[in-house]
Design a protein around this ligand. Structure first.
Ligand SMILES: C[S@@+](CC[C@H](N)C(=O)[O-])C[C@H]1O[C@@H](n2cnc3c(N)ncnc32)[C@H](O)[C@@H]1O
Length: 345
């Protein structure tokens, strides 16, 4: 995360250590970690989101598999809980399972991202918490000899497990998903609008930038018989694993890439479909991410290759499109979205 985009929840999480209200106790575990120069060396972490995972690895942080953490091993577990309730509760349950006897769990959440609810969740699991308000966030931690609710912990562990989701969308009746991934229990309205605008003659090598659980990619395969391969790029490892599952029966070559699209991609494509993100972890609206997706698409398309993009109408993508593409047209608008077709020179 650049210095222009301050990560207030992370700063709040580290605040009690800087004030010496809490002490670092090795080995410490940080769930959904984000990099900070204030973190001590030797911390172990989990992070399914590729840009943050790469940044952590760059500074030597060891990454662990969140679904296979050592039990009762860490005297200190830090957590930056996600916004989605079931996913956050499952993460607290994992923190508790990884906690050594007498250890503490510390968490921080922005006030406008459900701080009070997450604090209440941890309190329910651990009996009581100490709370501080800082940087428009709450940072809260458990007592060293808390009486944890083991039954609730066991129940919460499975709350974000993958499952089959059924929607009333005739084109996409059911798929594998799990709480916390983008539009986890529905088809996103913007993606649906993009699918409705897609021509059936997309041909050759196609990519989906920011593929989520695979809705757009699935629909490309269902509607465009001349597609010969499909590459899915997605930063969220949890979503990508679901996309892999949802496309397991595809008749063409499907490749999945756990990758930060804003860093550019290596492949070359005849067409790219994209519903770009415009938020980063721990921050507000970030249209620069969508613009970086557009620049990456321009660079990855072959000459005359086509980008099919859906975006919220208010997002300022016109300059990025004009820079990367020879021909740009808005082919549909509605419901607050615009569908853009952009052709590379
Ligand atoms: C608006 S969603 C679209 C998801 C999916 N295509 C759909 O239609 O349901 C954007 C996706 O981009 C992913 N994403 C966010 N930042 C990313 C990045 N830097 N690189 C790759 N994917 C990213 C998000 O995890 C999310 O799944």
């Amino acid at each position: 995360m650049s210095s222009n985009h301050r990560d207030l929840a992370l700063d709040a999480l580290l605040h009690p250590f800087q004030q010496q209200l809490l002490q670092w106790q090795p080995p410490a575990l940080f769930l959904r970690a984000r990099p900070s120069s204030a973190l001590p060396a030797g911390i172990q972490a989990t992070q399914p989101f590729a840009p943050a995972a790469t940044a952590l690895q760059r500074v030597g942080t060891a990454l662990l598999d969140e679904d296979a953490l050592p039990a009762a091993a860490f005297p200190l577990v830090l957590v930056l809980p996600p916004r989605q309730r079931e996913e956050a509760r499952a993460l607290f349950a994992k923190a508790y399972a990884a906690l050594a006897p007498g250890g503490i769990v510390v968490a921080a959440v922005a006030n406008d991202e459900g701080a009070k609810s997450r604090e209440a969740d941890l309190k329910q699991l651990a009996g009581s918490v100490t709370t501080l308000s800082k940087y428009h966030c709450r940072v809260f931690w458990t007592q060293p000899h808390a009486v944890w609710n083991a039954e609730l912990g066991a129940q919460w562990q499975g709350l974000d497990a993958p499952r089959r989701v059924v929607t009333d969308d005739a084109a996409n009746g059911h798929f594998m998903s799990r709480p916390g991934v983008f539009a986890w229990d529905r088809v996103d309205a913007a993606s649906k609008m993009l699918v409705a605008a897609l021509p059936a003659n997309l041909t050759g090598a196609v990519a989906d930038f920011g593929a989520g659980w695979g809705y757009l990619a699935q629909q490309v395969l269902a509607r465009c018989p001349k597609v010969t391969s499909l590459d899915l790029y997605e930063a969220d490892a949890r979503a990508l694993a679901l996309a892999q599952h949802n496309l397991a029966l595809a008749q063409v070559t499907v490749r999945t890439h756990w990758h930060d699209v804003t860093a550019g991609v290596d492949g070359r494509f005849d067409a790219i479909v994209c519903n770009p993100p415009f938020h980063a972890l721990g921050g507000g609206e970030r249209p620069d991410i969508g613009r970086a997706f557009i620049a990456a698409a321009a660079q990855a398309l072959k000459p005359k290759g086509v980008l099919w993009l859906v975006a919220n109408r208010h997002l300022p993508y016109e300059d990025a499109l004009a820079t990367g593409f020879a021909q740009v047209s808005c082919v549909a608008q509605g419901g607050g979205f615009k569908i853009v077709q952009a052709v590379k020179a």
